[in-house]
Ligand binder design. Structure first.
Ligand code: KG4
Ligand code: ZN
Length: 334
């Protein structure tokens, strides 16, 4: 079964072809970072317009690279939420047009479910149950999955998402957009113990997160130092901020796995591209005998292969959607 995947929930237009749920035949991306960079964040209206411009050429190229014709597509999977309403609508309209034109089934996919299934691509699903840490530009949550397609949200951020915190602190430090990757790079040359930033909610005993205070702490620290005529080097600031984020995420993820007694932890979302998060998670999982899985870098950030993968599993369970399904910007996982 060859499934065409379409993802347009935020600022990447993405199209992929995935065979039998796991094998990536093509996985293409038209990034809009240049469009939004000068605004320091995603401008929804510009995102929708860029999706409209990119989607058709990308569809053609995805089939070309997969080496197949339109007649070989068996189904279409598309992100229907959460995300920007206008951006989602472009992908959904395209998916409906293709599915209707080809006379094949259409299935709507939750973007967060896509980030979880990015772990299944090429290797297949690990044996459930799992605990999943989802960390992206819009979400930070811990999810317990006793079985596939059953999501119990254990906790989530009370304010900013992890990626959002990276982007805001990066912006404050004068780095480019999106800030996560640049901050990661800068932090590699810094001392993570230079500044003891707060580990918010580390001892709260639950699985919720709070990240907006950390961003404020970075800004306050810099102002205080300036007033005292001192300056903390940017790499040290970046490394210390990153360490504070990663510390709490690692501790809560390990605690969640222990509370649920699961042998496997999955990581998903753009922030999983962070080198320090990957390294620290591996260090902590190993002595606990926890099997850790995270996607390769290019499948951590938004892509359509993960949507095609999640959609394929839905289709295999006999699920399909009607052609009148709507985009849902606030679509929930559970
Ligand atoms: O999953 P994603 O591509 O889009 C959303 O669904 O939001 O995640 C994007 C987020 C951005 O905030 C970006 O700064 C962050 O992931 N990110 C990173 C890194 N690469 C991307 N954050 C920290 N370190 C990275 N290496
Ligand atoms: Zn995402």
């Amino acid at each position: 079964m060859k499934v065409l995947g379409i993802e347009t929930s935020c600022d990447e237009t993405a199209v992929a072809v995935v065979e039998d749920g796991l094998k990536i035949l093509s996985n293409l991306l038209a990034s809009q970072h240049d469009v939004h960079a000068r605004f320091g964040g995603v401008v929804p209206e510009l995102a929708s317009r860029a999706h409209v411009e990119h989607i058709n050429p990308l569809l053609e190229r995805a089939l070309d690279e997969a080496g197949i014709g339109w007649g070989e597509i068996d189904a279409v999977a598309v992100t229907r939420g959460p995300g920007l309403i206008g951006a989602l609508m472009v992908g959904l309209a395209s998916a409906k047009a293709v599915a209707l034109g080809l006379g094949v089934p259409l299935v709507g996919v939750n973007h967060l479910e896509g980030h979880i299934y990015a772990n299944f691509l090429e290797h297949g699903p690990p044996e459930p149950p799992y605990v999943v840490l989802l960390v992206s530009g819009g979400h930070t949550m811990l999810v317990h999955m006793p079985e596939p397609n059953f999501y119990e949200v254990m906790g989530q951020t009370l304010d900013d998402a992890a990626g959002e915190a990276f982007d805001k602190v990066a912006r404050f430090l004068g780095l480019g957009f999106p800030g996560g990757p640049e901050l990661d790079r800068l932090a590699a040359g810094g001392d993570p113990e230079a500044v003891a930033f707060p580990r918010a909610m580390a001892g709260s005993g639950d699985f919720d997160f709070s990240l907006s205070g950390l961003k404020t702490a970075v800004i306050r620290h810099v102002r205080r130092e300036q007033e005292a005529g001192r300056e903390t080097p940017a790499p040290d600031l970046a490394a210390s901020f990153q360490e504070a984020v990663v510390d709490v995420q690692v501790a809560k993820t390990m605690a969640a796995a222990e509370e649920k007694g699961v042998p496997t932890v999955l990581l998903g979302g753009g922030v999983v591209a962070n080198s320090r998060l990957r390294a620290r998670m591996s260090e902590e999982a190993e002595p606990r005998g926890i099997r850790l899985r995270y996607p390769p870098l290019e499948l951590c950030t938004d892509n359509a292969a993960m949507i095609a993968c999640a959609g394929s599993f839905r289709l295999q369970r006999g699920e399909r959607d009607d052609f009148d399904i709507a985009a849902d910007p606030g679509l929930r996982l559970a």
